[in-house]
Design a protein around this ligand. Structure first.
Ligand code: NAP
Length: 426
């Protein structure tokens, strides 16, 4: 009979409570798959009500998470607190004790994941974090295990369910505040939705994808990031008129000059593009590589059960590795050059207010050309006082210069909105 492995669960919130339930309900299935029993011995939980329920099931409840990590009967720590601290310090302590670790914490993994992986002790079982990106979508496993011989050139993804849901509500006619409230009521957005709305969450996940896809050690500060707070219902209507939707798109692309990393509200063609028809908190990740070509991974990117699916899979993997005296492997990462705005490129979409000026199109095309941006298409917006402009791909710096040139024309020409734009295949 294989020996039991003791688990300490840090945080019994949305995901943690589901993981605790599954460890109990499906104990036999998980034991069979991990080579022996897994026993939930400790839970760090501050809420007295939840603590009482867990204690009634024979679990030791620690108000201090550090006590659960230090407990002698623990082999694997499952961190589901979220946020940088105290999670980071607790993971360091677990590593020092030679414990196996599973976490869903994208903030810690995006900023300190490489260091933590290097600090994994031999035979501990290792450190696994599939739930940190795309919840139920096994994208890290695919990048790490299935594309070992490929060179991944580009990833284009919708990896934040909250903003996806909010943009969907705007399409359905809600105003911004109502759409945010709806995301909160459904449990997608936190009480303070800043991380989602301002693109921090997506930037953290993009850094983890860049690590697994391209071996790149990158920090969220290196991502050219813009959130969705200034997306107006009028933008949604104007995009729809062009057969497009607006999504918060995360992109990483490799070129000779290094990596370009961005999280930007982006126009996506509605027809045929894998990022356009996502519902609610669904995520999709498009991976392009030299040999496999184009892979599309999509599924539930948030939610208690979707995240628990990935966490439980990692628990099984870490338990098996620990029993075998190994560690689950994670890919190496090294610093890479990052493209600045003078190099990284995007096509763009502009709404320009011109108030019926008769020579408006020519003036706008000329001003954009002065900044080095070529117009692909220009035409009247719905209101008649606006032009909608599609540009060819240009560097972000050229786009900035062109926008400045447009603004310099003064009243009545004004850039109302400008967004990145994807083609049908990009
Ligand atoms: N929810 C999802 O759909 C999803 C998907 C993928 C990944 N994740 C990740 O999974 C992790 C957990 O997310 P969640 O949605 O389950 O969050 P959550 O519902 O807020 O749960 C976190 C739990 O940890 C507790 N906690 C926080 N700090 C603590 C501390 N110092 N000591 C003891 N308990 C503490 C919280 O207690 P209080 O209530 O007292 O603060 C809460 O019960 C995060 O890293 C998140 O990014 C979540």
């Amino acid at each position: 009979m294989a020996t039991e492995l003791g688990i300490a669960l840090l945080g019994a919130g949305t995901v943690g409570a589901t993981v605790a339930r599954e460890l109990e309900v499906h104990a036999d299935r998980l034991a069979a798959r991990s080579g022996g029993p897994l026993v939930l011995r400790r839970v760090a939980e501050r809420d007295p009500g939840r603590a009482r329920q867990l204690a009634a099931r024979g679990v030791t409840v620690d108000a201090e998470a550090a006590a659960a990590v230090a407990a002698p009967d623990v082999d694997i720590v499952v961190e589901l607190l979220g946020g940088l601290e105290p999670a980071g310090t607790l993971l360091d302590a677990a590593l020092q004790r030679g414990l196996g670790i599973v976490t869903a914490n994208k903030a810690v993994i995006a900023t300190a994941g490489h260091r933590l992986v290097e600090a994994v002790q031999p035979a501990s079982g290792g450190l696994a974090f599939e739930a940190a990106v795309g919840a139920a979508i096994p994208v890290l496993a695919v990048l790490r295990d299935s594309l070992r011989g490929d060179e991944v050139r580009r990833i284009t993804a919708v990896i934040n369910g909250t903003t996806n849901h909010i943009l969907g509500r705007l399409e359905a006619g809600d105003d911004f505040d109502r759409a945010v409230a709806d995301a909160q009521e459904r449990g997608y957005a936190e009480a303070n939705p800043t991380n989602d709305l301002d693109g921090h969450d997506a930037a953290q996940k993009l850094c983890i994808l860049a690590w697994f896809a391209m071996g790149a050690e990158v920090h969220p500060d290196q991502v050219q990031r813009r959130g969705i707070r200034d997306i107006d219902p009028a933008d949604i209507v104007a995009a729809a008129r062009l057969g497009s939707v607006i999504r918060l798109v995360a992109r990483v692309e490799r070129s000779g000059a290094g990596l370009a990393l961005s999280v930007q509200p982006t126009l996506v063609p509605r027809s045929g593009h894998p990022l356009s028809d996502l519902e609610g908190a669904d995520n999709a990740i498009v991976v392009e590589s030299d040999l496999a070509g184009r892979l599309v991974l999509r599924g539930r990117g948030a939610g208690a059960e979707a995240a628990a699916s990935a966490v439980l899979s990692d628990i099984v993997a870490v338990a098996r590795a620990r029993r075998a005296g190994r560690e689950v492997p994670q890919p190496p990462a090294a610093p890479v050059p990052i493209q600045d705005g003078e190099v990284s490129e995007t096509a763009a979409w502009l709404r320009v207010r011109v108030d019926g000026r008769p020579d408006a199109s020519a003036v706008v095309v000329e001003a954009l050309a002065r900044g080095g941006v070529v117009v692909e298409q220009i035409g009247p917006g719905g209101s008649g006082v606006e032009l909608v402009v599609l540009t060819r791909s240009a560097t972000r710096a050229a786009l900035d210069r062109s926008l400045t040139a447009l603004e310099a024309l003064g009243v009545p020409v004004k850039v109302v909105q400008h967004l990145d734009r994807l083609g049908a295949t990009a």
